[in-house]
Design a protein around this ligand. Structure first.
Ligand SMILES: Nc1ncnc2c1ncn2[C@@H]1O[C@H](COP(=O)(O)OP(=O)(O)OP(=O)(O)O)[C@@H](O)[C@H]1O
Length: 272
């Protein structure tokens, strides 16, 4: 295992940019006799983009749901932005935005109304300002005024993702959780979406946690990658995780698609 590999918790001696905004300790999740997580530890650093990968059924969604307080773990503790997370209790939910896989937009509301809704529910902002804030978020995700007045079923898949992203940004979150953000998008739309996430991450000082199966996204935008294996997790910088000797990690990053994605990123970096 590479020396800098972060498999177990560390007490942070990093500078402020490496301050941990999410801290998971000793997480255990079981369903009957099936043990999904067994003492899992994870630190997410402020302002990083962390990709979360793993084989099917390794518990990526359960981990995400545990962090969001939507699933009650059997054991362990989770802290987000210095607040302990408890099942179905609000926690710092106004400081995070979530892009669920299907977008989860309300079908009876326009894009504009969907984005305004969290602002209306969780702030005292006057109506006019609320509209302006929602417009701003919609523009930031590259949608037009025309798209803002449409209903979700009148949008393309890529536009729906952008609308859902605008809603996730509605309350100016510090952390953005993305569940398979590029799933269902064609390669061009997926690359554009990666660029958008990267742009927003840098310009809004966001910490991004992204569950993905998209190897292009991993190499394009992730600072570190967390791999769920053996009911725990292995975390390392994107360029180093590929050298981790764990058999599943080797087979995942040794796959021709992953090799191509990595090479394309390396070529891109060299050209710059
Ligand atoms: N509510 C539940 N009841 C019983 N088993 C569950 C429940 N939720 C998840 N599981 C099981 O936990 C395991 C992990 O599920 P999870 O959805 O987190 O996997 P995943 O890594 O996200 O998989 P995929 O990549 O296929 O989406 C699976 O075997 C799943 O069947």
């Amino acid at each position: 295992m590479p020396e800098a590999c972060e498999v177990i918790p560390q007490t942070s001696t990093d500078g402020p940019r490496n301050e941990h905004v999410i801290r998971v300790r000793g997480l255990v999740n079981r369903f009957g006799r099936q043990v999904v997580h067994d003492g899992l530890n994870l630190d997410v650093r402020r302002d990083e983009t962390l990709g979360l990968v793993g084989g099917s059924g390794t518990g990526k969604s359960v981990l995400l749901r545990s962090i969001l307080g939507l699933h009650r773990p059997n054991a362990g503790s989770i802290t987000v932005l210095d607040q302990e997370i408890h099942y179905r209790q609000p926690g710092p939910f106004r400081q995070w935005g979530v892009l669920f896989q299907g977008g989860a937009l309300l079908s009876g509301l326009t894009v504009q109304e969907n984005v305004e809704l969290p602002i209306a529910l969780h702030s005292n902002v006057p109506v006019d300002l609320r509209r302006e804030l929602a417009c701003l978020k919609i523009f930031m995700t590259g949608l037009t005024l025309d798209a803002a007045s449409k209903y979700p079923n009148q949008l393309s898949g890529g536009m729906r993702k952008r609308a859902a992203l605008a809603r996730a940004l509605a309350l100016d979150p510090k952390i953005l959780f993305l569940d398979e953000p590029t799933a269902g998008l064609d390669p061009i739309a997926a690359t554009e979406f990666d660029k958008l996430i990267s742009y927003l991450q840098k310009n809004l000082d966001l910490t991004v946690v992204m569950v993905t199966h998209d190897v292009d996204s991993l190499f394009n935008i992730c600072d570190r990658i967390a791999v769920l294996v053996d009911r725990g997790i292995v975390v390392d910088r994107t360029e180093r995780i590929v050298d981790n000797p764990h058999p599943w990690i080797q087979s995942y990053f040794g796959d021709p698609r992953a090799r191509r994605a990595r090479k394309a990123t390396q070529n891109h970096v060299q050209r710059q």
